[in-house]
Write a protein that binds this ligand. Structure first.
Ligand code: IPE
Ligand code: IPE
Ligand code: MG
Length: 249
């Protein structure tokens, strides 16, 4: 099987709650199962040579959920980025976080400290960069970037804004995958996904396996990316046709 290999695949991991509810389990069990999918997907993409993968783990809107779920998610993240850190390091994973990590962002200090440490501990890894969006909202990210530029007295050109986003240095996602049937972005990478290919599947995140990932990559391989331009081949063919028509006339 051969695929076009994207530089960056981003995941809106959705359906953990439904997965758990369907089996009569508490929602947090679904999130725990979702963590296993992250690990699996990361290993698969690293094997394929995809250099960047982003996982939307907690949105700025997810604070609306019950405190038991919110705290459970944070605890799970703390465990993942400490106990699984050795495996991540062994697999050559470089960790990066995007989202509001300032004290004003209200993430627990323990989690923020763990995130800082995990980034430092994996900074020199080169196999794949795994970006986790925690307390992330695209509107919040853009507003924070705009505020930073204003404070520095820098004009908000697209280039300056882009460089002030949390994702600075990370290429824009080529492919955004959302699981669990919803076809929306839910405030995810609105700026960076301007020209991303979107892929939606009904599969719930805990069930998202290697074959589903392959299906997403197969779909990506079929896409023609134009970025607003007329593709070279079409332009040439049309020019030849126009010439032939003018000769016939
Ligand atoms: C995971 O899925 C997304 C997170 C916020 C961690 P959900 O928890 O949104 O699952 P559903 O949509 O309720 O099924
Ligand atoms: C998007 O999923 C957020 C994450 C995957 C972290 P949600 O389940 O929060 O999105 P909505 O509420 O269905 O739009
Ligand atoms: Mg959801």
């Amino acid at each position: 099987m051969s695929f076009a290999i994207p530089q960056h695949v981003a995941f809106i991991m959705d359906g953990n709650g439904r997965w758990a509810t369907r089996q009569g389990l508490p929602r947090l069990k679904g999130h725990a199962e979702g963590v296993k999918t992250v690990q699996r997907v990361l290993e698969q993409l690293a094997q394929y040579g995809v250099p960047y993968a982003t996982f939307y783990a907690f949105s700025t809107e997810n604070w609306k959920r019950g405190s038991e779920e919110v705290n459970g998610l944070f605890e799970m993240a703390q465990t993942y980025f400490t106990t699984d850190l050795a495996t991540l390091v062994k697999n050559g994973v470089r960790l990066k976080f995007i989202g509001d990590r300032t004290p004003a962002g209200k993430l627990p200090l323990a989690l923020r400290t763990i995130m800082d440490k995990a980034e430092k501990a994996t900074a020199h890894n080169t196999k794949i960069t795994a970006v986790f969006a925690v307390n992330y909202g695209a509107r919040d990210e853009i507003a924070r970037a705009a505020r930073a530029l204003a404070q520095q007295g820098v004009e908000a050109t697209p280039e300056a804004l882009e460089a002030a986003l949390d994702t600075t240095g990370i290429p824009a996602p080529d492919l955004v995958v959302r699981t669990a049937g919803e076809q929306r972005l839910s405030n995810f990478m609105l700026w960076q996904s301007a020209y991303a290919e979107l892929y939606f599947t009904d599969v719930l995140w805990p069930d998202f396996g290697n074959t589903h990932m392959q299906a997403a990559l197969a779909s990506f391989t079929q896409r023609t990316r134009r970025f607003g331009a007329v593709p070279e081949a079409t332009a040439t063919a049309e020019a030849t046709e126009a010439k032939a028509l003018s000769v016939a006339a």
